[in-house]
Design a protein around this ligand. Sequence first.
Ligand code: GDP
Ligand code: ZN
Length: 450
Amino acid sequence: MRDEQVIAAISTPFGQGGIAVIRLSGRGSAQVVDRVFRGRSPLSSSPPWTMRHGHLVDPRGNPIDEVLAVHFKAPKSYTGEDSAEVHCHGGPLVAQMCLEALISAGARLAERGEFTRRAVINRRMDLSAASAVMALVSGQSPKAVEAAMGSLSGATRRAMEELMRDLTRACSHLEATLDMPEDEIPPLDWERLREDLSRIARGIRDLHQRGLAGMALSQGVQVTLVGRPNVGKSSLLNSLSRQARAIVTPIPGTTRDVVEAAVIHRGVPIKLLDTAGIRDSNDPIEALGVKLARETMLTADLRVLVLDGSSPPHREDLELLGSLDMPAAAALNKADLGTDPSWDQVLRDARVPNVTLSALSGKGVEELKDLMVRSICSNPAVDGAVTMFRHQLDALSRAAEALDGALSSPYLDATAQLALEAQRHLASALGLDPTEEVLEAVFRNFCVGK
Ligand code: GDP
Ligand code: ZN
């Protein structure tokens, strides 16, 4: 049975504002409000989707605030359940007192993301749309908001449903062939089936790419600056983010832990990390910074190797260039002091995209930002980016893997098995009948009131 207990939470941000909205959901929401609402007529006997004016009172009947209240009839509400809203004045104390009155009237405080969770369970909203709600609430950049709108409108769900329909058709074709007595087996059109399965696999991969792009857009792309001490990493970070964040000194080994800065460039949020100069050190604190630098380097979406272009390449520069994890780029810094001619050949041999710049004068810094965005967004999926939960991305990637297996198996029954497995993963990505675990994982990061 569905948990229909009436839940309540303040849905507007904490702090002072013109109004605060307390949201309630579950059968009997309007009746709960009525126990502490004093208006011309009870809310539950007023027409739904219409604002009513009145006062909210505490359990002893003392007025707390003048409010507007509205109730919604299932299924035409955010959660798909009977629900209600109380709009009170936006002081944090008043809103809290109104919420407490509603709780004493029989509502339970909602858990994180519980409204959206109920919307998903009631199929009022699909998982991609729920992820869009989160992205919109925490939206960090215009492109991330754009990606969220695609999912909120149901476009992501429709794309998944279409793949699901095709896959289901292919699966039933395979199963029917397996179920038939041998002498009645109609000739299975293998070529046609293989084409269908590969087309579906491509579709799933494409959606996965777009989901990854959406994730990068909403979380921001991580870029680490690496390089020998004193090449200008901290100066470059400051220049990139146009704020003095990192400590810049002429003494090598100043940056001992990771310094972060965020910039939005062409609608894409970039999270920049300045790491300690990579070199062996006897100073334990600096050594710790170096270890951290190595770790951040591994997890970054892009590594930018900063080089001092004004002097000839060092042995360490060449080592770093040779051992860079991809994707990576090089920033040939200190161009204001002139560029040593030997860099040209070195960078050509290394085959990493590079920009000549000066952190000091700012020349070339915008080009580096362009390069960062391009190297991450070279993936054409960025334009079709959509938001999804990590769970959905994983499920899509498993579905594509299962289909690869189905396509490469020489045995019909193995193909059928794997195609069915792909179908299960796709259903999971769609959020059809989500398990408690999935719901838990998905809504853990929501805030109360969403
Ligand atoms: P890090 O150790 O790699 O973080 O290097 P810093 O950012 O601390 O810079 C080391 C030294 O190089 C400082 O004295 C900076 O002022 C200087 N520096 C950094 N970038 C430039 C640049 O583009 N041009 C010039 N002339 N000096 C720079
Ligand atoms: Zn530094």
